[in-house]
Ligand binder design. Structure first.
Ligand code: HEC
Length: 169
């Protein structure tokens, strides 16, 4: 038995397997990179439970400055200080055509889940804060119509608890 040869063969097999795995991974990454950001239909249909109000916009503005502006820009134009470091670049919320094409539910979903390089805000922001941000983001595109909001009845889902006294009331 030529154990040296056997070792060589094994090594080659490992190498081939490694190359194969690397190729598959890069194909998958390339596909993910260019793919559309798929949002489940159910999530798209969700309506913003919050009516547009000065208080909601003000609360959102604080969260936005703190957590979003470095990428999306102070006025939502996708030109934050960190924007150039990212690929794909941060979305511009000032683009009315783009903004008219997405529903509130879709924006909420994207803020919730994030997608590389954008972080997920599922645990960093409460549900209420994320809906407030949807209201704010809408205000960056001047031509976009007022978001559809149901009349403010008492039917709002129970807001999540607020850790810390961040939301001014
Ligand atoms: C690290 C940079 C970064 C931060 C911080 C960030 N985003 Fe993003 N965001 C992105 C990038 C990049 C995209 C585009 C991702 C893509 O298309 O795959 C994006 C996309 C989005 C979209 C989808 C827009 C569309 O038209 O599909 C929304 C909504 C959004 N961000 C909201 C927010 C909000 C709100 C915050 C703060 C709570 C935030 N982002 C923080 C980088 C960031």
């Amino acid at each position: 038995m030529d154990s040296h040869r056997q070792e060589n063969l094994l090594l080659r097999k490992f190498l081939l397997a490694g190359i194969f795995v690397a190729i598959v991974i890069s194909i998958v990454l390339a596909a993910l990179h260019n793919s559309a950001w798929n949002v489940p239909e159910e999530a798209k249909q969700r309506k913003n439970p919050l009516p547009r109000s000065a208080a909601a916009l003000q609360a959102a503005a604080a969260a936005y400055r703190d957590k979003c502006a470095q990428c999306h820009g102070a006025a939502g134009q996708g030109d934050g200080s960190e924007a150039r470091l990212h690929d794909p670049p941060p979305a511009s919320f000032a683009d009315a055509v783009r903004m008219n094409a997405v529903s509130d539910g879709e924006l909420f979903y994207k803020i919730t889940t994030g997608r590389r390089p954008m972080p997920s805000f599922r645990t960093r922001l409460t549900e209420e804060q994320r809906w407030q941000l949807v209201l704010l983001i809408r205000s960056f595109a001047p031509q976009s119509p007022a978001p559809e909001t149901p009349p403010a009845t008492g039917k709002q889902p129970a807001p999540e608890s607020h850790p810390g006294a961040t939301s001014p009331r």
